[in-house]
Write a new protein. Structure first.
Length: 188
């Protein structure tokens, strides 16, 4: 079985923008492309898991998520970095209209996207690490049996102030590059 690194998208790879959908508003977090290409060079799958409730809320169509992800892939490719797969949850339990208004297994903190990736990539989740900036990311990783790293970019700093008593990630990193360096140095 294989292992992989799961990355939340907004606040980890790109700067947090509320309900980001326009590739023109995409700004990479410094070091993110270097971090991803470091994993690429070691043949470690890089898997994005992102909640996109803006779809359920009707802020943008699902097709726009694909356009944004292509835009992100293009930006990363310039710096020789590649995301192996994007998983996203377009749902919300109480907002918007069916079929998107649904209590789903994929919306973090549920672990559905990680479990799906484990089937698709034949992953041993106990050897995988999730890097996120929100408690909901870390709880999804924890529920899937992964290691977790909180980054201080995006919502990370305020999340840590709020939740530090409730959960303990394996590591806290200032950003995704430091998080990946930590993973690689441990050779997990
Ligand atoms: Mg985030
Ligand atoms: Zn979902």
């Amino acid at each position: 079985m294989n292992w992989a690194v799961f990355l939340d998208r907004d606040g980890v790879i790109n700067e947090e923008v509320t309900y980001l959908s326009d590739p023109g508003s995409l700004r990479l977090i410094p070091g993110a492309a270097v971090a991803i290409s470091m994993l690429n060079r070691q043949a470690i799958p890089v898997i994005v898991v992102t909640n996109q409730a803006g779809v359920a809320r009707g802020y943008y169509p699902e097709s726009q998520v694909a356009i944004l992800h292509q835009g992100l892939a293009d930006r990363l490719a310039v710096e020789d970095a590649r995301i192996d797969r994007f998983y996203y949850c377009p749902h919300h339990p109480t907002e918007g209209l069916p079929p998107y208004r649904i209590l789903c297994e994929c919306r973090k903190p549920n672990p559905g996207m990680l479990l799906q990736a484990a089937r698709d990539f034949d992953l041993d989740l106990s050897r995988c690490t999730l890097i996120g900036d929100k408690a909901s990311d870390l709880v999804a990783g924890w529920r899937a049996g992964c290691q977790t790293i909180l980054v201080e970019t995006g919502y990370g700093k305020q999340e840590w102030l709020r939740w530090s008593e409730e959960f303990q990630p394996q590591h806290i990193a200032c950003d995704v590059l430091e998080a990946v360096e930590w993973i690689v140095s441990r050779g997990v």
